[in-house]
Structures are given as structure tokens and as C-alpha cells.
Design a protein around this ligand. Structure first.
Ligand code: VGL
Ligand code: ZN
Length: 206
């Protein structure tokens, strides 16, 4: 079954498919994080074939940040800039620009916005401008993690007026609490995000 999801006014956003999330040995590894890579790659291929831009995000933290448990925050150390954990997964096809968020210690999960750790003010990344420059109207979001960066990125996209889809078989959740991923999908649907299957199973022969 072929799904016509991509065209030049649709962008595929690949969120944080980095070793620390996607590799089982990563600093904040997400169960099933590596299994999505082939599904994401197939979407990248479909997008490029249809002339749709593909844009990547990377969590890109300094060695010390209030984002990390050791510095008073919530998370184990992960995606420290210029380390193996912050690199995109080696099997991921890379066919577009990558936006790095948090390089100056900003916090937050969305690919569109970050929060200054001291002032608390919200600052944009270059993602929205990049999409506007290309006259993008629709975005398809996949990657890691469902309940944090995928959710925040898709909610921001919808809020900014992009028709937004999330692909359920091309994401995986941290699930700090069991069910967080499912709750995230519910929240996305309530915000008007279309929750879709990237690769629907073939209908069995009648
Ligand atoms: C993420 C937790 C902490 C994510 C980033 O990419 O979803 N989750 N930092
Ligand atoms: Zn992070």
C-alpha cells in the first residue's frame, strides 16, 4: 500500500535519532529506539523522492546543564555535544540539515523553541525559519522520544499553524511512567495532530 504523504510543501522532521537515545548502550536509551531506524529511513527515502525536505534535530547539551540530574535536573547525562552519544545513529540516512538545540545550556524539548536556563525566556531555534523559507505547510514528525521531544516538537508545529502528523511506528517513548507514550499520543490528537502509521500492514489476501 502506498501512502502519498510527501510533496515539496511537506517537511519530514526527524527528532533526536542519536546514539544516547537509540542505542541500547546510550546514556538515556529508549526501549525500541533502534528498531525505528529502518522505518525512519524508509520515510526519508519517500520524502526525498517526492521533493520533501528532511530536517533533523539533535539534543546538544554542554557537559554541565540544569537538564542533568548531577546538576540538579531530571535526566542522566546524555547527548553531550561532540560526543558519541550526541551523534546521529550510524544507520540513519542523513539527507538534510540538522538543528542542534541546547548548545548554550538552554533547556526544553521542542525542536522549535528552547528555554534560557537563567532568565526562563523562550528562544526560537532556526527550525521555524527554515520551514518558512521553504514555504512548508505540513510537517511529519518521527524519532525520539515520543513523550518528550517528539511530543513537544509536534505540539509546537501545530501551534505554529503547520498541518502536523506523527508516525506511531517511527517513534518510541522514554516511558518514565508506564503509559507516558500513549498519553502523549492522546495529547497530540487533542491538539489536532494527526497520529498515523508510517507503514500500514498489508491487508491479508481475501
Ligand atoms: C529528550 C529527555 C531529555 C528527547 C531529550 O529527545 O526526547 N528526552 N532530553
Ligand atoms: Zn536532553
Amino acid at each position: 500500500m502506498t501512502v502519498h504523504r510527501y510533496d515539496p510543501t511537506t517537511a519530514l522532521i526527524v527528532v533526536d535519532v542519536q546514539n544516547d537515545f537509540a542505542d541500547p548502550a546510550g546514556g538515556l536509551s529508549v526501549t525500541g529506539g533502534d528498531r525505528i531506524v529502518p522505518v525512519v529511513n524508509a520515510q526519508i527515502e519517500l520524502a526525498r523522492a517526492a521533493g520533501a525536505p528532511v530536517i533533523y534535530t539533535q539534543d546538544w547539551h554542554p557537559p554541565s546543564t540544569p537538564h542533568f540530574q548531577k546538576d540538579g535536573g531530571e535526566w542522566p547525562v546524555h547527548c553531550v555535544r561532540d560526543t558519541w552519544g550526541a551523534e546521529l545513529h550510524p544507520d540513519l540516512r542523513v539527507e538534510g540539515p540538522a538543528i542542534r538545540k541546547g548548545a548554550n545550556g538552554e533547556d526544553g524539548y521542542s525542536g522549535f523553541t528552547m528555554r534560557e536556563p537563567v532568565s526562563g525566556s523562550i528562544v526560537p531555534t532556526e527550525l521555524e525559519a527554515l520551514l518558512r523559507d521553504r514555504a512548508i505547510e505540513r510537517v511529519v514528525v518521527c524519532g525520539l522520544a515520543t513523550d518528550y521531544c517528539v511530543k513537544a516538537t509536534a505540539l509546537d508545529a501545530a501551534r505554529l499553524g503547520f498541518a502536523t502528523s506523527v508516525l506511531t511506528d517511527a517513534i518510541a517513548g522514554v516511558d518514565l511512567e508506564p503509559g507516558d507514550g500513549d498519553r502523549a499520543l492522546k495529547e497530540l490528537r487533542s491538539a489536532g495532530v494527526s497520529v498515523e502509521v508510517a507503514q500500514p500492514a498489508e491487508a491479508p489476501d481475501a
